[in-house]
Write a protein that binds this ligand. Sequence first.
Ligand SMILES: Nc1ncnc2c1ncn2[C@@H]1O[C@H](COP(=O)(O)OP(=O)(O)OP(=O)(O)O)[C@@H](O)[C@H]1O
Length: 258
Amino acid sequence: MPLLTVDNLTKNFGGLAAVSQVDISLEKNELVGLIGPNGAGKTTLFNLLTGVYVPSSGEVTLEVEGKSTRLNGMKSYKIAELGLSRTFQNIRLFKDLTVMENVLIAMNAKHKENFVTSVLRLPKFYKIEKDLKNKALELLSLFHLVDKKDTLTKNLPYGQQRRLEIVRALATEPQILFLDEPAAGMNPNETADLTNLIREVQEKFKITIVLIEHDMSLVMDVCERIYVLEYGRVIAKGTPDEVKTNQSVIEAYLGGEV
Ligand SMILES: Nc1ncnc2c1ncn2[C@@H]1O[C@H](COP(=O)(O)OP(=O)(O)OP(=O)(O)O)[C@@H](O)[C@H]1O
């Protein structure tokens, strides 16, 4: 059984089918790319899978420990609690909080502690807080951000803000992580560094990662499987080699290098 099954998913905006009859399946612990020309429906698909939009039709089913859960129409926070986390194309951090505070807020959303324990500051509260801080430091260290932990987020260079977005998404301990153009605006060195990090994260945390990315070398390098969208429909899927040589894909990219 796949971890996530997307069946015949459609989202209409007025007369426009931004996502149309999409079938996708995600296995546990795989790295999957989602590519396609501008306006193909990639972000809309992420928005449907993470509860930002309600599908017009179709099914999204999550399989956890033998139990199927239908995600259609579920609120985003509920979907996040079930282990689907994401980053956004436009960075959405708390700019006036420190790097560490941004990570801790994401963690607290997951670890809603007993009210009495937190209000009365019982010993358990301090233990939980210490554990969360250690975990946050571990994640920040993986993303080379530990020395920035007390920096206000708005003062971080752009590339580091993008990395912090991923840390924050990981802090919720997701089973599936959706990354929406994580390398957008990065220079080639930062992109290469990010490619390695994405791979490392997937291996270390044994999670499924879905990546929307315009940087083809990143997608081809890092993804085991790729889905290609055009005008809201899946026009191809397969390994990077299969996708690269697929005629519909080459045409969708106007004969450009894929
Ligand atoms: N909220 C909305 N209301 C109306 N139309 C929308 C809305 N969101 C997206 N669209 C339209 O749906 C289509 C798919 O958009 P989407 O942003 O999902 O594409 P994309 O593949 O992520 O594009 P890009 O690579 O440029 O980010 C576009 O034609 C877009 O204008």
